[in-house]
Design a protein around this ligand. Sequence first.
Ligand code: R1P
Ligand code: URA
Length: 298
Amino acid sequence: MISANFPVDEDGRTYHVGLKRGEVCNRIITVGDPERARKLAQLLDQTQPPFTLLSHRGFYTVTGTYQGVPVSIVAIGMGMAMMDFFVREIRAVVDGPMAILRLGSCGSTDVAGVGDIIVPTEAVAVTRHYDYFQNPTASEDKPYHISLPVTADATLVSGVMARLSALVGTEHVHSGLNATCDSFYSSQGRDDANFIDANEKVLSHLKTVYPQLVSLEMETFMLYHLARTAQPLVLPQGQQSSIHAAAAMMVFADRTKNQFISKAQVDNIEAKVGGAILDALIQYDLGTAESLHPSKGS
Ligand code: R1P
Ligand code: URA
């Protein structure tokens, strides 16, 4: 490893995601579940074998083409920290502007039912306030902190919404505010008798602060936040955003009706939405500065 600040090995591979320049594209679909990545990879052009890499930390990348356009699919696992590793380490080895679409799963808090899809226009972070738990009765703080919202790339959102609506019908595609939580359990308001979580009011409080809340999951805020805080690219034609980000999330848990998706439903919905997401990704205009030279084979 060459530097303790941003470690890369002698080949230029980043420490956790494990990719070097040329192995990952400007257009990326990121998912949590590696199985979902493998299903999406089956939709890529079959003209030549894609590049694949499983990193020692479990990041799984497939790079190939979709309708002739270079795309990468990267499975990152779960949580904001994994999204942070992924976005920073990918940004370090890709030249030019990037479009990143997350295809995830979520819980719904409003009208969206199991199997519907949510495309968040904005996201907040909900994090456990650890100090509160040192002495709950004396604390003047709330047990959970809710951040201000950050927005998605509006054009990417429109492209995704249009393609998904055409596929499954507008009544099954929803948009609004997503809450990215630092736990599947406590900060998503789930009851876990084994722990003191003080979370009985977290969802009602969240809905009061943000009535447009539609979903709960664990990564999208970090993607949107890093896209908004990435240093702009300085190009001959002026400054350009470095990262354009949006997400589409399949509803696995309906928190209002207390229903959870079955394995058969997951297989059905993942197979269905994958093509629409890839279509939206390749049709997004990244401007003139897109550059990519994906490696062949693995
Ligand atoms: C929890 O089950 C996981 O599912 C959701 C959450 O954000 C969390 O990562 O997303 P993925 O299906 O993309 O992993
Ligand atoms: N992912 C989450 O983070 N929460 C849910 O309820 C479902 C999927």
